[in-house]
Design a protein around this ligand. Structure first.
Ligand code: ADP
Length: 202
């Protein structure tokens, strides 16, 4: 299975690109969704988290209190490391299983942390969605109804634009409107179909 990885900063347009690719019949795996799935009620990882941080980390319905966990790991580097050591391999395994089960011409892994974690090792090709920082800030602020300061903090914690772009096999420029994004994505889709075909032939 030929796997393309899709990444970009917050608000760059990853979800929009993934949706357009899915419309072409391609299986897309959302790493953020998998990260939520592995700590859903009933999952062993959630029990381990509750054991380490106490039952206060759970909501009354038994689901993980993400805001509380975020606060702990933000304040305690040890806790963060522990959590990453627990979750990253689980997330990776589950992503890998979903990608390999896909029956489309290629599959897509959408992940904000594709390059920051070893998830990039799961993909054959790296696509970066790119917009200038002012547009990124504006779109993410509007979408999340968040303060620009909050979005700025998230952006500062993410990989910087230049480093990310340097790792791309393909770059989608999403500084235009949704119609140009659609055209660029269809172009990318054709490239990926060709790459997947080449990989099968070789
Ligand atoms: P990401 O998944 O990378 O965080 P999204 O795909 O959610 O980003 O895009 C961020 C926001 O910007 C969304 O509300 C989306 O609808 C909007 N958006 C994405 N691309 C464009 C575009 N080309 N023109 C206008 N709005 C866009």
């Amino acid at each position: 299975m030929f796997v393309a990885g899709l990444t970009g900063g917050i608000g760059s347009g990853k979800s929009a690109v993934a949706r357009l690719i899915q419309e072409q019949g391609i299986v897309a795996v959302d790493a953020d969704q998998v990260a939520r799935d592995v700590v859903a009620p009933g999952e062993p990882a959630l029990a381990q988290i509750a054991k380490r941080f106490g039952a206060e980390i759970l909501q009354s319905d038994g689901a993980l209190n993400r805001a509380a966990l975020r606060q702990i790991v933000f304040a305690t580097p040890d806790a963060r490391l522990w959590l990453e050591t627990l979750l990253h391999p689980l997330i990776r395994q589950r992503i890998q299983a979903s990608l390999q089960a896909a029956t489309s011409a290629y599959s897509l892994l959408m992940s904000p942390l594709l390059l920051e974690t070893d998830q990039h090792k799961l993909v054959d090709y790296i696509v970066v969605v790119d917009v200038p920082e002012e547009i990124q800030l504006q779109r993410a602020t509007e979408r999340d109804r968040n303060s620009t300061d909050q979005i700025r903090r998230i952006m500062a914690a993410q990989m910087d634009r230049k480093t990310r772009l340097a790792r791309a096999d393909s770059i989608i420029d999403n500084s235009g409107n949704l119609q140009s994004l659609r055209a660029a994505t269809l172009q990318l889709h054709r490239t990926l179909l060709q790459r997947a075909q080449d990989a099968r032939d070789s």
